[in-house]
Ligand binder design. Structure first.
Ligand SMILES: [Zn+2]
Length: 190
């Protein structure tokens, strides 16, 4: 951890978890409903407003699920940034069994997303690269066989994170550490 300095320093967490680049951008989507002033024709009172921020690395173009936007500033997601920034990629061959009714569609172009969501939920969909290899129907359950890539500091942590994200009965058939993608910045930590 020394290489990253104190967690209070933005340099520790305000970087791409994959290539450690500090060249980041935020895409902000605002969806709102506003009253219209009948005299000035201007947008006036806000009835409802929804902000969605997607933080991306400009160098490797990956989303940054360890970062979030809070009151106009980027903040690290607790319990996630250290693991993702200082960890290495792990690839798990995982099998998740979920009740059939929790899968919206299991065929067609949306099947992979729907199966991934049923198996790993929102956090898993945002944070992991998941590839559904195949699925089987067994006694009211759907057994989803997938390859999942996630970042963790060791094998135990990788297994724990999968366990936590899993929304059904999880079996990890194999778990292997991969090498980190090369750091993009010449000023990156060594
Ligand atoms: Zn990057």
């Amino acid at each position: 951890m020394e290489a990253f300095g104190h967690p209070d320093e933005t340099g520790a967490w305000l970087r791409c978890y994959r290539c450690w680049s500090r060249n980041l951008e935020v895409q902000l989507h605002v969806e709102g409903i506003y009253k219209i002033d009948p005299d000035t024709a201007e947008r006036s009172e806000t009835i409802d407003e929804l902000h969605e921020a997607v933080i991306q690395c400009v160098d490797c173009l990956h989303d940054q699920p360890h970062l979030t936007l809070v009151d106009g500033r980027i903040a690290p997601v607790p319990d996630r940034w250290e693991r993702m920034v200082t960890g290495t990629p792990w690839v798990a061959s995982a099998i998740v069994s979920v009740p059939e009714e929790s899968v919206e569609v299991c065929a067609g172009p949306e099947a992979a997303e729907s199966l991934t969501h049923a198996a790993l939920g929102d956090a898993g969909v945002r944070e992991f690269f998941a590839h559904v290899r195949f699925h089987k129907h067994e006694d009211g359950q759907i057994v989803i066989h997938m390859l999942v890539e996630l970042y963790a500091r060791n094998a135990n942590e990788a297994a724990e994170v999968l366990e936590e994200a899993s929304r059904g009965n999880l079996t990890i058939a194999s778990l292997a550490e991969e090498s980190r993608p090369p750091a993009s910045s010449p000023h990156g930590p060594h």
